[in-house]
Design a protein around this ligand. Structure first.
Ligand SMILES: *Cc1c(COP(=O)(O)O)cnc(C)c1O
Length: 243
């Protein structure tokens, strides 16, 4: 075994195969072959599992809790070509660590956070890729910018030199009916198109779709699905490092 390899369970291999199959089948139903990227959401899961997923060819990983993520990023510093995406709520006092340890942030939802990430992105790194998180279902308690406030935020972020505005992200209200799941995704896709043409931008990323709705998201134009449970099993919230 090479130095950075660890024994791997057949379960992980099988789950990755299943998720790749689901993505591929969904792409085929709408003639979108090869257009959807898999972001493996490894929050609450140990670094060894991320290493195993890397051995299976996975390169992009999503984390939601900064302290937990920093531990794994440190542990996996020897792993080549691994890309870290921050997908959790961003608190202003966490922006410095986020801007220096991640390649992407999917969950920017207010100006102050964008300004801080822009100011704090280290000069030795390329601009930070960002998606703006949209409260697409208009839920009172959810994070995400409202559709009304989105255009102003897009315009502001598009001018920030140390941020590369890539697109939009959303987590719709839970819905089990696959037909009904499609509606908020359709709205997000249309919103991105409208903003691109109104503001002369070329945002290329729609971060939408999770374990229970990836098919609906892909059929409505997702370019990145964020998958945790289907790859790594149910999350373990007992590890006590989730901040
Ligand atoms: C946890 C999480 C996911 C993964 O959800 P699953 O249903 O387990 O696939 C995706 N996106 C975000 C923002 C998350 O916090």
């Amino acid at each position: 075994m090479a130095v950075n390899e660890t024994p791997m369970s057949d379960t992980l291999k099988h789950r990755f195969q299943q998720v790749h199959d689901r993505i591929h089948q969904a792409e085929q139903t709408c003639q979108r072959d090869g257009q959807v990227q898999l972001l493996a959401v490894s929050k609450t899961k140990p670094a060894t599992l991320v290493r195993n997923a890397w051995q299976l060819g996975q390169r992009h990983f999503g984390e939601s809790y900064l302290q937990e993520a920093l531990g794994k990023i440190h542990e996996l510093a020897d792993v080549d070509g691994i890309h870290w995406h921050f997908i959790g709520p961003v608190q202003s006092n966490k922006t410095r660590d986020i801007s220096s340890h991640f390649d992407w942030v999917h969950s920017v939802d207010r100006l102050k956070v964008a300004q801080r990430l822009n100011e704090q992105r280290p000069k030795c790194l390329p601009p930070l890729n960002v998606c703006l998180q949209v409260n697409i279902s208009g839920e009172a308690t959810k994070s995400g910018v409202s559709l009304t406030e989105l255009p102003a935020l897009v315009q502001a972020v598009a001018t920030m030199p140390r941020l590369q505005l890539r697109g939009l992200m959303a987590i719709p209200a839970p819905e089990t009916d696959p037909q009904k799941q499609r509606k908020p995704f359709r709205l997000l896709t249309q919103t991105l198109k409208d903003l691109n043409s109104a503001l002369g931008l070329s945002m290329d990323t729609l971060s939408m779709g999770m374990t229970d709705d990836l098919e609906a998201a892909i059929q409505e134009g997702s370019t990145v699905v964020r998958i945790g449970t289907a790859l790594f099993g149910a999350r373990d919230y007992s590890t006590g490092n989730l901040s």
